[in-house]
Design a protein around this ligand. Structure first.
Ligand code: SF4
Ligand code: SF4
Length: 53
């Protein structure tokens, strides 16, 4: 996931649930925390994040 990520960090700062964390040199979404609000999708400048069901 987050394949085209440029590492700007905007999504980490935006997520109200702190569900996006760096892990192993990339970013992962903790699905146990994510509420699907879509704010990270809105803020990403390179559209690296896509919503899933
Ligand atoms: S959809 Fe919302 S809660 Fe889930 S990772 Fe993105 S900003 Fe965080
Ligand atoms: S907002 Fe997009 S480009 Fe920036 S760190 Fe998050 S996924 Fe990567």
């Amino acid at each position: 996931m987050i394949g085209a990520c440029q590492g700007c960090g905007a999504c980490l700062l935006t997520c109200p649930e702190h569900a996006i964390r760096p892990a192993g040199g990339r970013l992962v979404v903790r699905h146990d925390r994510c509420t699907g609000c879509g704010e990270c999708v809105e803020v990403c400048p390179v559209d690296a994040i896509t919503e899933v069901d």
